[in-house]
Write a protein that binds this ligand. Structure first.
Ligand code: ZN
Length: 471
């Protein structure tokens, strides 16, 4: 059993309603959970109350002096496309909106290989861990026809190696251009094949246990890339297996027009028609939802993964987040794919979220505490995994530490939450722990060689990009 004792943390922001913020406290981690949060945990206390194995000695326990550190619960990213690491910052799509952006990128994504999925997962998950994120949803939905169906397996392999908690979406596309959808033929699949592989992935990887490090979500890509039939079958499959369901919704005006033209409904009305509302459903974006629709989302407990940077970058619009929160729509935070962000950094996302809504909806519309709530307990509520997102006894040992003596924080320590979100330009944290394992130490990833992984990923990205020129 691994035991870590954080001594005398300057402040622990627990995000637990009862505990609040704790100053000068010790935090004990045993195995994968928080075992104690106390003013002081002495050797005697530890021996008598926590160490069942009496042969264990003080030396067997890793002690970390946290006097100069803030400790936060690990952040939760509720929407991403890790593979897009390979196509970020492409010049030709820096100034186009979503549909044109997708149409340019689909043929490049059609060149994805298992190796490319593996390395892009390491990069995206590595960036997330280095910036305090311990749990991520990832929606993988490009299964090129020439590839075997093992791409999502590569993602799980990489996530396990690097040590992130992963809720992987088995994504899908079945409505190609020739049938009135957006993606080309090369990246869409037969629906039978999609459903069979989704069941396979759930059976192989989904862990329903409270402390699960890997879960599977059923996740057709969007109303404009799958058929109505697949939407209906997907939600049935998710409910049959007791897993969550997730898709993109109400992201752009173009999508709204597409749904009105093709189905005669708004995007949300369409999802209601195909049975896609409820506490087991959450949508990425939710930018273009009217007041009535927000009320229906709240009533059905249907959630939103808010992606402010992506929405700004693709000029999609501003999601009505303050209204969602006021009406009781479950809303969490997300970075979205690496090609529409172009980073995997939840602290930067929190800052953008705060500034966007202050500008759009007024100075009191959203505060740092609200944004941190969205990025922690908001995420755990959205994903139905209450064991993550806050620190108290029995909760998952997912946390990160921030050094108060870093230059960018100097002079700004009066409020740790606001310091985290508002100050500084480099959001890399000092230590990240997932399920009791330290995966980032002194700001470096422990389980991979960062430069080698980046170099290999650059080569893979160059190769994929070159394929665009060949077509
Ligand atoms: Zn997305």
């Amino acid at each position: 059993m691994a035991i870590t004792l954080f001594k005398k943390a300057r402040e622990i922001i627990t995000m637990d309603e009862e505990l609040g913020r704790l100053k000068n406290h010790d935090l004990l981690v045993m195995d994968n959970k928080v075992a104690a949060l106390k003013k002081e945990i002495t050797r005697e206390d530890l021996k008598n109350n926590y160490l069942k194995d009496k042969n264990m000695d003080w030396q067997d326990i890793r002690t970390i002096s946290a006097e100069d550190y803030f400790i936060f619960p690990g952040l939760i990213n509720t929407h991403h496309h890790f593979y897009q690491v390979l196509t970020r910052n492409i010049r030709e799509v820096q100034d186009v909106e979503l549909f044109a952006w997708l149409k340019y990128l689909y043929p490049i994504w059609a060149e994805l290989t298992p190796e490319a999925v593996y390395y892009s997962t390491l990069v995206a998950a590595g960036e997330l861990l280095k910036t305090g994120c311990t749990t991520s949803v990832d929606q993988f939905y490009v299964f090129p026809r020439q590839e075997k169906l093992t791409l999502l397996d590569e993602e799980f392999r990489a996530a396990q190696e690097i040590g992130i908690r992963l809720h992987a979406c088995r994504g899908s596309m079945s409505l190609s251009e020739k049938d009135g959808g957006l993606p080309p033929d090369r990246v869409v699949q037969e629906e039978e094949e999609i459903l069979a592989d989704t069941s396979r992935v759930i059976e192989k990887y989904h862990d329903p246990n409270p402390q699960a490090k890997q879960r599977v979500i059923v996740s057709p890509c969007s109303p404009f890339s799958v058929t109505e039939e697949l939407m209906k079958e997907s939600i049935k499959l998710a409910r049959h297996h007791g897993v969550m369901a997730h898709t993109h919704l109400a992201e752009t005006k173009d999508e709204d027009e597409f749904c009105q033209e093709k189905f005669g409904f708004s995007p949300l009305e369409y999802m209601e028609k195909v049975g896609w509302v409820g506490p087991d459903v959450f949508f990425a974006h939710g930018v273009h939802l009217n007041n009535e629709e927000l009320k229906r989302m709240a009533r059905t407990d249907t959630g939103v993964a808010h992606c402010p940077i992506s929405n700004m970058k693709l000029s999609s619009g501003t999601a009505p987040v303050p209204e969602m929160r006021a009406k009781g729509v479950p809303v969490a935070l997300a970075v979205d794919g690496s090609a529409s962000n172009d980073a995997s950094n939840m602290i930067a996302e929190m800052k953008s979220c705060l500034l966007l809504h202050k500008l759009q909806s007024g100075i009191t519309s959203l505060g740092p505490e609200d944004v941190l709530q969205m990025a922690t307990t908001g995420g755990s509520e959205l994903l139905n995994q209450p064991e993550i997102g806050s620190l108290s006894v029995g909760q998952a040992a997912d946390l990160f530490m921030l050094d108060c003596n870093r230059l960018a924080l100097a002079g700004g320590l009066s409020d740790p939450v606001s310091a985290l979100i508002n100050t500084g330009t480099n959001q890399e944290v000092d230590l990240t722990m997932v399920a009791g394992e330290i995966v980032v130490e002194d700001g470096r990833l422990k389980n991979i060689a960062e430069r080698e992984v980046a170099a290999k990923t650059n080569k893979l990205a160059e190769k994929m990009l070159a394929s665009k020129a060949d077509h």
